[in-house]
Ligand binder design. Structure first.
Ligand code: SF4
Length: 116
């Protein structure tokens, strides 16, 4: 697993643990120890795969995003099994890409098996 994949997995794990209350992206970046630039890339990639969604929120006078999981896991361990983190197509996969989670069998199987 590359550093990037590991950071995406950690970020998703934290976002899923926060559930319906979500987490401000700045808090998440602090927890996984990345810059806001790196962090923004991670959240955009997770959103592009349909794993999370972002909602704008005014915090301390500045607009930012709160991040929410799209799916609720039955156990945090199931995040570890997300096929995206070890997939060779991860860097080029996204909602508006030729390779997309919308027609990925591995991703669909993981959603159906591990989350509700
Ligand atoms: S191709 Fe499938 S497994 Fe690979 S990153 Fe995209 S959704 Fe995930």
């Amino acid at each position: 697993m590359t550093k990037q994949e590991d950071l995406e997995r950690k970020a998703l794990e934290i976002i899923m643990k926060c559930g319906d209350k979500g987490i401000l992206q700045s808090e998440l970046w602090r927890e996984i120890n990345v810059t806001s630039r790196e962090g923004s890339r991670i959240s955009i990639r997770l959103e592009s795969k349909g794993l999370i969604y972002r909602e704008p929120e005014l915090s301390k006078g500045r607009w930012t995003y709160r991040l929410y999981p799209r799916h609720h896991v039955t156990s945090i361990d199931s995040v570890m099994n997300c096929p995206c983190f070890s997939c060779k197509d991860n860097p080029i996969c996204g909602a508006n890409s030729v390779i997309t989670p919308n027609n990925c069998e591995k991703f669909t199987e993981w959603i159906l098996e591990g989350v509700s």
